[in-house]
Design a protein around this ligand. Structure first.
Ligand SMILES: Nc1ncnc2c1ncn2[C@@H]1O[C@H](COP(=O)(O)OP(=O)(O)O)[C@@H](O)[C@H]1O
Ligand SMILES: [Mg+2]
Length: 265
């Protein structure tokens, strides 16, 4: 099962990715969480201590490893010949951080060369790694992605079983999600789910959905606004510190059930 969590910045992708990863692990799945944001922070949301989270070098920024694996020195860029098929099959074991039993994290960083200031060999390494993971790894893969599936380009996006597009309950945010879902479909992702997050009024959110998606319906799921997130974030804690009956925990748990059902269809 390969899940892409997409959406605009600040809508709750990392929160949903972290909770979903833990819930999958709770239910006996082996999970590999990948952070492909240019400002990665999934590690902290998963509950890793700040010192550990801050010590992680994203793969797309690891010039030393890129040099070792591609044979290109930093700064030499695309002009010189370097291996486009670097060894990546040991990266999860060597660079993955074990969050808990059944849940590991690899911080990939953004593979958008513009965003990373184009450390091209490192980005080539990160892309090769993503390709490898999507083709060969047997875990459930949860990717906390930036913006849309377009960063993965053709050939990578279609390997996802599902895009979970996170949105806020506003016209603006839902309009962006509509575009992202269209893009995801065009790139070959067959299952797409819209998550309307930070919802205070369920009925209004449902009405907004009906208005915005009347021509192009997509399964949607509401996740309530949850004060508990504000308090754990203020203390620098991860989703594992949320109280058991927390609205966001129970709503992402029903999202998990919905995802499983849709994947098995
Ligand atoms: N359901 C929710 N209720 C309240 N706050 C939320 C909810 N989901 C996310 N947030 C908050 O919104 C902010 C952005 O969330 P985050 O998951 O980092 O978004 P993204 O990864 O899309 O940028 C965080 O401060 C987070 O705690
Ligand atoms: Mg994020």
């Amino acid at each position: 099962m390969k899940l892409l969590i997409a959406g605009k910045g600040g809508v709750g992708k990392t929160t949903v990715a972290a909770l979903l990863s833990h819930i999958l692990a709770d239910n006996g799945y082996s999970v590999l969480a990948l952070d492909t944001d240019s400002v990665p922070n999934l590690a902290q949301s998963l509950g890793l201590p700040l010192e550990v989270a801050e010590g992680i070098v994203p793969l797309a920024k690891n010039e030393e490893l890129a040099e070792e694996r591609t044979g290109a020195r930093p700064g030499e860029g695309w002009g010189l010949l370097f291996s486009l098929t670097p060894k990546v099959d040991d990266i999860v074991d060597k660079f993955g951080v074990r969050v808990r039993d059944g849940l590991s994290l690899v911080v990939v960083g953004s593979i958008d060369a513009g965003k990373e200031g184009c450390l091209c060999p490192a980005i080539a390494l990160a892309k090769a790694f993503l390709n490898h993971v999507l083709l060969k790894r047997r875990e459930v893969i949860v990717v906390d992605a930036e913006a849309g599936a377009e960063v993965f380009g053709r050939g990578l996006a279609e390997k996802f079983d599902m895009t979970i597009c996170v949105s806020e309950p506003t016209v603006k945010s839902l309009a962006i999600s509509r575009k992202l879902i269209k893009m995801s479909r065009d790139l070959g992702v067959r299952r797409n789910v819209l998550v309307i997050n930070k919802v205070v009024d369920n009925l209004r959110a449902a009405q907004l959905y009906a208005k915005m998606f009347s021509n192009d319906p997509v399964p949607y799921h509401i996740v309530r606004y949850d004060e508990n997130l504000v308090s754990i974030e203020a203390r620098g804690l991860g989703v594992t510190s949320l109280p058991k009956g927390s609205p966001v925990v129970s709503d992402v748990f029903s999202l998990y059930n919905k995802v499983l059902k849709l994947i098995k269809l």
